[in-house]
Design a protein around this ligand. Sequence first.
Ligand code: GTP
Ligand code: MG
Length: 190
Amino acid sequence: MELDHHQVDPLHPSDDVLIQNSGQVEEIHSLPATPQAVRIVEVVEEVDHSFELNTELLEQILLNPKVADKKVAVIGVAGAYRKGKSFLLNFFLRYLTWRSKADKVMGEIDLENSQWMSPNSPLSGFSWRGGSERDTNGILIWSEPFLMKDKNGEEIAVLLMDTQGAFDSQSTVKDCATIFALSTMISSVQ
Ligand SMILES: Nc1nc2c(ncn2[C@@H]2O[C@H](COP(=O)(O)OP(=O)(O)OP(=O)(O)O)[C@@H](O)[C@H]2O)c(=O)[nH]1
Ligand SMILES: [Mg+2]
């Protein structure tokens, strides 16, 4: 099968791309063709619990001409592991995706309309799952900021941010404190 430059052969990932069975992109250095959650901070748990910032990805998201000069609002979720942070963010994502599509089609949208909940489609976006082991590692943001208007009518870029759950058996106290501090400092709403 021929692959174009946007596609990745899951059996033979290139050096800088690793795709898990879930389909979630684990480590990438350029933005994926379709919007998805990308890890901007990784906690290297296997080695020394250091933190790695993926500046290339962050630059590509934040310096995109569509959003570069705009004010930004970061909606972040932080807290104890296995409590539904990623699950909750996927509903925000669903709403914002629906709203930006509806905005394009209808101009003014009917906010009472709860179509966006669409309970028949599977909940996707940020990786989430059941079970007792922590799922999210590091800090992830949705690769495509959403353009919305603030209360003064000014266009702002809204970013969704997911964080590693705290207090699980893998993380050190420093890991949890660092993730929590970073997310608190970055978030406009938490
Ligand atoms: N039905 C339902 N399930 C929920 C809700 N909140 C959390 N869950 C379940 O809780 C489990 C954990 O969800 P995640 O979103 O992966 O939790 P998390 O806080 O991101 O976990 P970590 O990434 O490990 O920190 C999943 O099985 C979800 O289905 C909720 O409001 N409703
Ligand atoms: Mg999670």
